[in-house]
Design a protein around this ligand. Structure first.
Ligand SMILES: *Cc1c(COP(=O)(O)O)cnc(C)c1O
Length: 471
């Protein structure tokens, strides 16, 4: 095993053999490999190359090496065996899940910030990135048109953003009932009802489980045909409660009726949390903003920058109307952690040590500007509408109202739909994932990358129809 993997390393063309001492040669080589990867992404099949996973296992696995290796050879092996086994989600024809691409400026900013290697937990350890994250957070709040006094935290993704925001909700509501949950835990605490829509995202349930609020003790509100919570079916409760609404159903892209939910909550002292991983970005585009109208009245919001803002993985954002509620739960004190008067990230995030995720957000917002963000969101929505139109014209059933970037498609019975999805993935022109929608198998098309062009959409549409016709 060890011999095989050593041989694989030796056979490799090395653009630079300057050895372990030459850091700049190594970094330049890696940058060139990365540039070549991205430059050719549109020419390769979207899924991993045939046999590439087995080759990766063989070449990069085996026993833990006893001896050091030349870093340039290590990076060459990573490129040779890693790159072909990736999915081309940075390209223009990947429509799986809701992944989003990565803007060139954000990849470049990521490289620089990685080179800085700043532990962005507090100003003393990371002055530049602490300040850049503060700016990025303020710009995000502005571009999403949320209350300007809101605060928040950069976390790994919307899963942790839901967790972080709901921790602030738990802290605040139990404090109102005279219970210090951070000090005393949940044993003996007053009950805290949690209300979710029937089609809430799986990450809401995991967040509730992590917070001791329970996956299964939630009150589930019935939904309509698009997966929207029915405001007329909200439970008749009084007193502190958390209601988790959704801006952008992960399948249909539909929005819970925020205005009605917020009004209902205000009358009952409830905390409204919005899971808006991608849907909240509708607020950044004038023609889509009406979809998420009313969300500004919520108490907390969770969203992603690695989805629609197209920054590299990973980057989510937790936002709260009153920053003190988040600090109440995430505040960190230790004699050796020297605090300053600025916003210290460690007081708002679940993590202590962390990378500077906000730097890429700053780079995205600075390069795109408000108009560029609006245009990115709008363009993805237009592409989704074109997919829906092209499929419908060819007699293919579109299952959802396509108002945002999500299209749900059936190719007939469930078995046929699943077969078409498999064949589309294997064909490699584009990549879509499967799902289950209202009891039926469906294909999901999620358009969330700046890299997708009209030509990508037409080529993908043609491939879908060709494959469907032959299945
Ligand atoms: C993607 C998504 C999440 C989870 O976000 P991660 O960034 O994967 O943690 C949560 N809610 C919705 C609606 C999503 O689409």
């Amino acid at each position: 095993m060890r011999l095989a993997s050593t041989a694989a390393l030796e056979g490799m063309p090395l653009s630079n053999r300057s050895g372990t001492g030459d850091e700049s040669g190594l970094l330049r080589d890696a940058a060139e490999r990365a540039i070549a990867y991205r430059a050719t992404i549109g020419e390769r099949q979207v899924g991993p190359a045939e046999g590439s996973l087995a080759r990766l296992q063989q070449a990069l696995g085996g026993p833990l090496p006893e001896q050091p290796s030349d870093p340039t050879a290590v990076i060459a092996a990573l490129d040779r065996f890693g790159s072909p086994a990736t999915v081309a989600s940075t390209g223009g024809r990947f429509f799986g899940f809701v992944i989003g691409g990565s803007l060139p400026s954000t990849v470049a900013a990521n490289w620089l910030a990685t080179a800085w290697d700043q532990n962005t937990c507090l100003l003393a350890a990371a002055p530049a990135t602490t300040l850049i994250e503060q700016i990025a957070l303020e710009w995000l709040i502005e571009v999403l048109d949320l209350p300007r006094a809101a605060g928040g935290a950069f976390v790994t993704g919307c899963q942790m953003a839901n967790f972080t925001a709901l921790a602030a909700a738990r802290h605040t509501l139990l404090a109102r009932l005279g219970w210090d949950v951070e000090a005393r835990g949940l044993f003996g605490a007053p009950p805290l009802p949690v209300i979710v829509g029937e089609d809430a995202h799986s990450t809401i349930f995991k967040a509730l489980a992590l917070l001791g609020l329970g996956r299964d003790r939630v009150l589930r509100v019935p939904i309509d045909a698009e997966g929207r919570m029915r405001a007329d079916a909200l439970p008749d409760i009084d007193g502190p409660a958390i209601v988790c609404m959704q801006a952008g159903n992960v399948n249909s892209g539909a929005f819970d009726p925020a205005g009605e939910i917020v009004a209902w909550a205000r009358a009952r002292n409830a905390w409204v949390h919005v899971d808006g991983a991608f849907g909240l970005w509708a607020r950044a585009a004038a023609r889509r903003a009406h979809l998420a109208r009313g969300c500004e009245g919520a108490d907390s919001w969770a969203t992603d920058a690695h989805k629609w803002l197209n920054v590299p993985y990973d980057c989510g954002v937790a936002l709260v109307r009153d920053p003190a509620t988040l600090k109440g739960v995430m505040g960190t004190q230790a004699a050796y952690l020297q605090e300053s008067p600025v916003r210290e990230a460690m007081n708002y995030t679940p993590e202590l040590s962390r990378r500077a995720r906000g730097v890429e957000v700053w780079a995205a917002l600075r390069t795109l500007g408000r108009e560029g963000v609006a245009e990115l969101v709008e363009r993805c929505c237009r592409h989704a509408a074109r997919f829906a139109q092209g499929l419908r014209e060819a007699g293919v059933e579109v299952l959802n109202e396509v108002t945002l970037n999500q299209v749900l498609v059936s190719f007939g019975d469930d078995a046929r739909t699943r077969r078409v999805v498999e064949r589309i993935q294997a064909d490699g022109t584009c990549w879509c994932s499967g799902t289950q929608w209202r009891g039926r198998a469906a294909m999901r098309i999620s358009v969330s990358s700046h890299a997708t062009t009209e030509a990508d959409v037409e080529a993908s549409l043609a491939a879908m129809l060709r494959i469907a016709a032959a299945t």
